[in-house]
Write a new protein. Structure first.
Length: 195
């Protein structure tokens, strides 16, 4: 079989050399291992950026002691918990959102970037059909759509999203929440402009 060569950017080659040295493997071996995984992802019908996004979500969930439970059971538990008309469930979702917002502001390179916020939220809210964060002048519009959400779950997810955005320095000016649909209009919190 005829041998072929691959070209790569110089900075990528330098990083790969550093990784190979650190792992005590050859550059040839490391490159082949990486390319084998890329081919495997392709054969599975996935692309590497999507796999990395989902891996980030799983890693974040593990670090934050999250549990995987079937969606149907989750909705049932929420409905039964909320029948007590206790505000503590809503408070728990808001507090969780505040915590995730602080976590994101610590790990995001640019927590003011709508693209970075959207990517981070898509990682946290893996089960939503569509999540979009758009910039319009001094406002941010956050839209979340998931037809399978119950009314209660939609309200609680909205509360959590508000908590996240509050921690990232935004305040909600307008909210539209209907079963499976969340639209939040936000602006920078003037009290937090300096930091």
């Amino acid at each position: 079989m005829r041998r072929r060569s691959l070209a790569a950017k110089e900075e990528i080659v330098k990083e790969l050399c550093g990784i190979a040295e650190e792992k005590k493997v050859t550059l040839y071996g490391l490159t082949n291992a990486i390319l084998e995984q890329a081919i495997r992802a392709y054969e599975m019908g996935e692309d590497l950026p999507e796999i990395m996004r989902e891996y980030s979500a799983i890693k974040m969930a593990k670090q934050n002691r999250c549990l995987l439970i079937p969606e149907r059971i989750w909705y049932l538990v929420l409905e039964k918990s909320f029948k007590n008309k206790d505000a503590s469930l809503k408070e728990a979702f808001h507090e969780s959102g505040l915590w995730y917002g602080k976590y994101l502001s610590a790990i995001l390179e640019d927590s003011a970037s709508t693209q970075a916020i959207q990517s981070a939220l898509s990682t946290i809210f893996l089960n939503v059909s569509a999540l979009n964060v758009s910039h319009f002048g001094d406002r941010i519009i956050l839209r979340c759509i998931e037809p399978n959400f119950t009314d209660l779950h939609t309200q609680l997810q909205s509360t959590m999203l508000e908590g996240i955005m509050n921690s990232l320095g935004y305040m909600v000016n307008e909210r539209k929440v209907a079963r499976g649909l969340i639209t939040l209009t936000l602006t920078k919190d003037p009290a937090r402009k300096g930091g």
